[in-house]
Design a protein around this ligand. Structure first.
Ligand SMILES: [Mn+2]
Length: 314
C-alpha cells in the first residue's frame, strides 16, 4: 500500500496534507515531515500543510492557509479517524484522498488508506512509508518523526509501543544520526503557570470508591492560573501510575465553543464505547468527548463508575 500511495503522490502537482483539530506532536510531526519529504523529492510540487496553527508546538512548522480549487488535487489526511475533526480540508472537495491513521475507524473515507491500530502513532506509519519506498530522510524530517512518536507513546511508555516501534526508531536514529536527547525541550518545556495548575489538579482531584477519579476545571479556575482549556489535556497521562485510580477524567470548560471537554483515560476497562455513547471517541484506554453541560459530565462519571465496578467484579 505504501508503494501505491507513493505512486499517487508522484502523480499530483498540488497536494494538501491535513490532520486533526487540536494538533498534537504526532499529527504535526507526520504532517510537516511528509510535506518536507515530498518537497525534497519533488521540489516543483505545491504542498500545503493545512489546519489551525498550534502555538505550543511551533518547532514542527508553520501551517499554510489556502483558498484554491481542489477538484483536481490530492488530499492526504493524517492521524484523523473522523471527517468532522479534519482541520482545514474537506475530502469531498478533492479528486483523490489518502488516509493514514492509527485510530480505530470512525468514518470510512479515502480512496487509498493505511489504518493500523497496532501502530503507536501516525509518525510510525510515515516511517514505514519512508523505508518501504527507500526514501532518504534529512535530519530535520527525522527529528519531526521522532518527536511525533515520542509524543504519542509518551516516551515509549504506552502499551502500543511495540518491538516494531523500537526497530523503526532504531533504524531512524542509525541512518540519520539525529541528536535526539536535545529535542525533548520542544515537547516538554512549559511555563510555571502550568506546573502550578497541575498542582491544583492533584490537590483537588475527586476519587470515587469505584476507582474513578475526576476534576472539573472551570473557565474561572483556568483563568486564575493563566492556562487555556487545552492545558489539562497535556497533563492527563501523568496519572497513569496512581495506585487508587483505574479510570480518570479531566473536564475542561471551553467558553469559546460553549462545551465541556472531557479527557478520559483508563488502566482497566475499555472506555471508548462509553465515550462514543456521549458523542466522542478515541482509543480503548484514551478517549475524549465534548459535552454540553456539567450534568452530562456527572452522567459520564456515573457510567464510568458502573463499568469500573463491573470490571473489578470480573
Ligand atoms: Mn496520533
Amino acid at each position: 500500500m505504501y508503494k501505491k500511495i507513493f505512486d499517487e503522490i508522484k502523480k499530483y502537482d498540488i497536494i494538501v496534507i491535513a490532520r486533526h483539530i487540536g494538533a498534537d506532536p504526532d499529527a504535526l510531526g507526520a504532517q510537516f515531515a511528509l510535506k518536507s519529504i515530498i518537497l525534497s523529492l519533488f521540489p516543483d510540487k505545491k504542498i500545503y500543510a493545512v489546519g489551525n496553527p498550534a502555538s505550543r508546538f511551533r518547532f514542527f512548522g508553520v501551517n499554510d492557509k489556502i483558498d484554491i480549487d481542489n477538484s483536481h488535487n490530492l488530499l492526504i489526511v493524517l492521524d484523523t479517524p473522523d471527517l468532522k475533526r479534519i482541520d482545514g480540508a474537506n475530502p469531498s472537495d478533492f479528486e483523490k484522498v489518502i488516509k493514514i491513521d492509527h485510530h480505530p475507524i470512525v468514518d470510512d473515507f479515502g480512496d487509498l488508506k493505511v489504518i493500523d491500530t497496532d501502530s503507536c502513532s501516525t509518525c510510525q506509519l510515515i516511517l514505514e512509508f519512508v523505508f518501504d519506498n527507500k526514501i532518504k530522510l534529512t535530519k530535520e524530517q527525522a527529528e519531526k518523526i521522532y518527536l511525533g512518536i515520542v509524543g504519542d507513546t509518551d516516551r515509549f511508555l504506552h502499551d502500543y509501543t511495540s518491538p516494531k516501534t523500537f526497530a523503526l526508531v532504531n533504524r531512524l536514529l542509525e541512518e540519520t544520526n539525529i541528536d535526539f536527547t536535545s529535542l525533548y525541550k520542544y515537547l516538554y518545556k512549559r511555563p510555571l503557570s502550568e506546573i502550578r495548575f497541575e498542582g491544583y489538579i492533584y490537590q483537588n482531584l475527586i476519587l470515587n470508591d469505584s476507582g474513578v477519579a475526576y476534576i472539573k476545571l472551570t473557565d474561572k479556575i483556568m483563568k486564575e492560573y493563566g492556562v487555556d482549556s487545552a492545558a489539562a489535556g497535556n497533563m492527563i497521562n501523568d496519572l497513569k501510575f496512581v495506585n487508587e485510580i483505574i479510570v480518570w477524567v479531566f473536564f475542561s470548560e471551553d467558553v469559546k465553543s460553549g462545551l465541556i471537554r472531557a479527557n478520559i483515560r483508563s488502566v482497566g476497562p475499555y472506555i471508548n464505547e462509553i465515550a462514543a455513547k456521549f458523542g466522542g471517541g478515541g482509543h480503548i484506554y484514551a478517549s475524549g468527548v465534548k459535552l454540553k453541560t456539567w450534568d452530562d459530565a456527572d452522567a459520564l462519571v456515573d457510567e464510568l463508575d458502573k463499568i469500573v465496578n463491573k470490571y473489578k467484579e470480573s
